[in-house]
Design a binder for this molecule. Structure first.
Ligand code: ADP
Ligand code: MG
Length: 223
């Protein structure tokens, strides 16, 4: 899937309290791209990710997925589109504490009234090294295992693109590195585009395309 963002601007607040969180950000994402976005706290990284994934709408600008205008969809259509085509990984894992790892992984399908593809679920769990942890609750898992469960959840609906907002921010450097390696491997083997926001220059350096954002202005460095 080709994603094209044109001049996305997000202004929060009104009157004298306006904050331009994102200033005319343009970006294209091709199938299989591995992109990192680095920038200081408050520079607009999460705002950009929310706009690129249709979690939020811009003050101005356009976004298309294979030519389809995403912001012209209703909120309901947009959330269905996200569930089917986009995977998310967050810093805080966002696993439901009362559900097992397996139940957490298949939750996006259940919300869509679909049954899991068991063979695919086994393959994912195997690749992510959580095949013997599927019946555990999140609190019985290490941070790295919790995030790998969240990665499996992001992939279960076979999305075209994964957006990860500081996916290693709550992990020590070793398990963070493992999670990133796995994200990269799974992304490559399954042909997913991967967009990772990070503070960590080592993690940003793993990406093929490295973008930076400062005061809401996005730029891509020639690598
Ligand atoms: P980052 O993820 O890089 O830390 P954010 O995208 O979260 O940055 O925020 C960018 C700027 O927009 C910051 O100045 C932040 O305070 C502001 N901002 C973010 N979300 C909101 C909101 N819902 N209302 C008002 N201001 C916001
Ligand atoms: Mg953020």
């Amino acid at each position: 899937m080709n994603i094209e963002a044109k001049e996305l601007t997000k202004i929060y607040g009104g009157g004298g309290n306006q904050v331009t969180a994102l200033n005319r950000a343009s970006l294209t994402i091709a199938p299989g791209d591995f992109i990192s976005i680095m920038g200081p706290s408050g520079s607009g990284k999460s705002t950009l990710l929310h706009l690129l994934s249709g979690l939020d709408r811009p003050s101005s600008g356009h976004l298309t997925y294979d030519g389809k205008d995403l912001y012209s969809l209703s909120d309901k259509e947009l959330s269905a589109f996200r569930r089917r085509r986009i995977g998310f990984v967050f810093q805080q894992f966002h696993l439901l504490p009362v559900l097992t790892a397996r139940e957490n992984i298949i939750m996006p399908l259940l919300l869509d009234r679909k049954q899991p593809d068991e063979a695919y679920l086994r393959e994912l769990a195997q690749m992510l090294g959580i095949q013997d942890r599927l019946s555990h609750l999140p609190h019985e898992l290490s941070g790295g295992q919790q995030q790998r469960t969240a990665v499996a959840r992001a992939l279960i609906a076979k999305p075209d693109v994964i957006f990860a907002d500081e996916p290693t921010g709550n992990l020590d450097s070793r398990s963070g590195g493992e999670v990133m390696e796995l994200l990269r491997t799974v992304g490559k083997e399954m042909g997913k585009a991967l967009v990772v926001i990070t503070h960590d220059s080592r993690i940003a350096g793993m990406a093929e395309r490295r973008l930076t954002i400062v005061d809401g202005v996005l730029s891509e460095a020639a690598v």
